[in-house]
Design a protein around this ligand. Structure first.
Ligand SMILES: Cc1cc2nc3c(=O)[nH]c(=O)nc-3n(C[C@H](O)[C@H](O)[C@H](O)COP(=O)(O)O)c2cc1C
Length: 347
């Protein structure tokens, strides 16, 4: 059965849900986060019909690009000498026919099939030739590029400052490749998130996506092996990005997208008030399908009307910390208050 279209359910239009993100005019703040949802054209069409404002594609990984390049080198007969490890490259990572050519083709297909903006996603850590793919992505028609910085450092001799500089350099390198808007999806694990946010902005990011989610592998005690686990989020996970969007909003001059723990219309409203221009959703849509978007949009409209807001733009940042003179002291005071509030509940 086709999903109930958001447009079919709302006559006449009520509150203005439009928003601006990365210079794109979006019909509302509900963006589909990078996930397998964009692997199927038909799914993205259903998401568009349900009311999604934009879709971020699943990521193209640096390793996939290098893998294809190494294979090419090998088959051209040069790889055997220059890259003796070429044949065994990435033995443990199966890309199953994914890879850059396929990615670009999928991007072109999505652009042809839907009207909403399609934001491509590149995932990598090191500066290098692979970043040229940012340009190929732009040429294939992406409306914007999200750079997904995902790196788990395991080297005790590698100082954080070097890793951070490498990430800033990567953002600058990507910026040099493209003229489409650039967003950076960062992790919450920096000593100073505001400093990194500012440095990414200075390197050319137009938007910051808070936050990347790190998958924490479990151990399987029976099979004695590492078990990769993808666990869907809950609304509890919203609190971390919510806080950081509220702190960074209007302190760093970029647009903010909040992703992580958005499951309800209330979650979206909180994110907007904290300062996000858009919210990204993956878990809720993977678990309950595109129709959730239509339901959430209706709930948002009702809420706005009941609370006499006439637009989403009016809400953005209304509960951010930009009006707080001493945010660090404010944070400590809240921490002390929160711990104190538990006292009376002790048994
Ligand atoms: C199955 C799955 C695959 C994902 N793949 C990607 C990806 O390729 N690139 C990326 O940047 N984020 C990826 N994510 C992270 C999501 O884009 C999103 O940031 C994260 O899941 C938090 O949003 P949620 O709480 O709505 O799930 C993936 C998430 C899931 C659940």
């Amino acid at each position: 059965m086709p999903d109930a279209g958001y447009r079919d359910q709302r006559e006449p239009p009520m509150a203005d849900l439009t928003t601006d993100y990365l210079g794109l005019k979006l019909r509302n703040p509900l963006v589909v986060s990078a996930s397998p949802l964009s692997r199927k054209v038909e799914m993205v069409q259903r998401l568009e019909d349900a009311g999604a404002a934009a879709v971020v594609m699943y990521s193209l990984f640096e390793e996939e690009i290098n893998h294809e390049r190494h294979e090419l080198d090998y088959f051209l007969g040069r790889g055997a000498l220059s890259h003796p490890e070429a044949t065994g490259y990435l033995p443990s990572v199966a890309f199953d026919g994914y890879g850059p050519s396929r990615y670009l083709k999928q991007l072109e297909r999505l652009k042809a099939a839907v009207h909403i903006p399609v934001i491509a996603s590149l995932n990598g850590v090191s500066a290098g030739g692979w970043v040229e793919y940012a340009r190929r992505i732009e040429q294939a028609g992406a409306d914007a590029l999200e750079l997904n910085l995902y790196y788990v450092s395991v080297d005790p001799d590698l100082p954080g400052i070097e890793l951070e500089q490498a990430q800033v350099n990567l953002v600058r390198q990507a910026r040099e490749q493209v003229s489409i808007p650039l967003a950076v999806k960062l992790s919450p694990f920096y000593s100073s998130i505001p400093n990194m946010a500012q440095r990414f902005a200075d390197a050319g990011a137009n938007g910051l996506v808070l936050f990347n989610r790190f998958y924490q592998p479990d151990l399987d005690l029976e099979r004695l092996e590492v078990a990769p686990r993808v666990v869907f989020s809950t609304s509890e996970d919203l609190l971390l990005p919510l806080r950081w969007v509220a702190i960074l909003c209007r302190r760093v001059d970029v647009d903010f997208a909040l992703t992580g723990g958005v499951h309800t219309a209330q979650d979206v409203l909180k994110a907007l008030m904290a300062g996000a221009s858009v919210t990204g959703m993956a878990s809720e849509l993977l678990a309950h399908g595109p129709a959730r978007i239509a339901q959430m949009l209706l709930e948002m409209e009702n809420w706005l009307e009941e609370h006499e807001y006439h637009s989403v733009r009016q809400m953005i940042g209304s509960m951010s910390q930009h009006a707080v003179d001493e945010p660090a002291a404010f944070e400590r005071a809240n921490y002390i208050r929160a711990l104190g509030s538990l006292d009376h509940r002790l048994v």
